[in-house]
Design a protein around this ligand. Sequence first.
Ligand SMILES: Nc1ncnc2c1ncn2[C@@H]1O[C@H](COP(=O)(O)OP(=O)(O)OP(=O)(O)O)[C@@H](O)[C@H]1O
Length: 568
Amino acid sequence: MPATASAMFSAYASIATSVMLVRSLANDLIPFELRSYLFSTIRNLFTPLSSNLTLLVDEFSGMTRNQVFDAAETYLRTKVGPATSRLRISKAPRQRSIIVAIDEEGGEEIDDEFEGIRITWRFFRTEPKGDHDRSGEKRLFEITFDKKYKDRVLGSYLPYVLIRAGEIKRGEREVKLYSRECPFGASDDGGGGGGGIWGSINLDHPSTFETLALDPEMKKAIMEDLDRFVRRREFYRKVGKAWKRGYLLYGPPGTGKSSLIAAMANYLKFDIYDLDLTSIYSNSDLRRVLLSTTNRSILVMEDIDCSVDLQNRQYDEGWFEASNPKLTLSGLLNFIDGLWSSCGDERIIVFTTNHKERLDPALLRPGRMDMHIHMSYCTTNGFKTLASNYLGINDSHRHRLCGEIEGLIDTTTVTPAEVAEELMKSDNKDVALEGLASFLKRKKGEDMEKKEKESVEAGVVIEGVVKFLKRKKVESVKKKDEEGYNAVVALEGLVELVKRNRAEAKGAFGKENTIESDTNEVAREGLIEPRKSKRVRRTCDDDVVKKTTVRSSRRRRSVVRKKSKRRF
Ligand SMILES: Nc1ncnc2c1ncn2[C@@H]1O[C@H](COP(=O)(O)OP(=O)(O)OP(=O)(O)O)[C@@H](O)[C@H]1O
């Protein structure tokens, strides 16, 4: 027995030595490529041929996220079948619905079928290979299917997964409100929007176009404008314009500017980036912050007239800007319609102001802010919407006080916020509407008192001017001073004009909601035919004054010329 064991051991030793010798000879004599080929041929001889093909989907593609991976995560949530044994659920604070996802740890397999092709998805992770491996843990999906369907899976199935994932995301999407001063510091969804510069929370603002107290025509116009904007990707590309749109919302405080922005975001499911310009110190700061916003978003700059002193355009250009890297108007304009504006798609920019007249004309120039929306004091239509929202009162169930209230609203400067406040005071319709009616009567009294006071003050000033002019006219006639006389007559004309405008303005409250758009731009956008285009402009008190001024001063000049000829 021992002799046999020793013989076996020596035979094994000599075989092992020969194998090692052959191997080292093969390594030395046969090139690497030929060796691999031989080994794989031998291996294939003993392995049954697989009819399956496996695709690997990494989480990252270079430095950026792999869109197929992200789409698969979303898509597979809807593919949970009877074979699935573990699911992962989550809900971030303020998120409305529970998110169900496949369990990444359990190596779950999910079967899917597409046009008769059976496809199996499997999720797995790869651990870093030792301390030297800097790539860290990797997350992957494995997609397995019959090889013969390779083209259909790559050409039809995967694009379908991408589209479906987009639809699912849009359907369950929560609108986010991003702010640089967000108390949560980072996005509460763990999502990457904002690149760390912005923090976000879910936008819980319930405002919608249905709840907004606005003129129905104006609501329709804004909604149509938004719809047209989002479906015009190809149009913007064709005409060589950045895919963005600017809205200027102006009007007194409490007329619904912020509510309209929330309604727009809820309607389009666009995130809101709320930018406080006072926290921006330089143009490069602005550029950095704006570049970290995402597509399909609304960038809001509220109270633009008081945010920063953007009036001094003469200092913006040239050496001054280079030596003072502060935030300037030109820096801002560059983002609205300069080269930087083309960075990103489907962007909406909204400026709000309580004082449009204080804005630099450069900001208002056509093409900068595409739509100027006047948010007015409450109108009858506005009241009807609020009464329906707050008390469930509508035209078929009109309250006895509605007529009186509508009459009062027409002649009072009251904001929708004030009306809403009164309507909220009681659930009882009688009590709430009686409260509103007496509030409006009080307000109307105050309005009239204020107007009367202003009118008396202005009247005193005008009378003083009239007396002064009469004296001067007599003096210039005595001195035969034709130039002085003409000047006095011209000034008299102006005084008359002011008087007339005051009378006109007394009747007008400027209460209609209006939209102004540059009609060339409107024509370009295909809203109206170019030949019918004209500047759409109505109802602002200032406009009434401006138009009258132009017309009347022309008339006045000819009257002055005739009169002075007659006199001398
Ligand atoms: N047009 C409106 N339709 C419905 N509700 C409105 C409207 N305007 C104001 N409100 C109500 O008044 C509140 C304040 O309005 P909002 O903040 O939108 O006004 P704003 O014009 O943005 O004011 P500010 O200029 O002071 O920011 C809102 O929460 C809403 O309840």
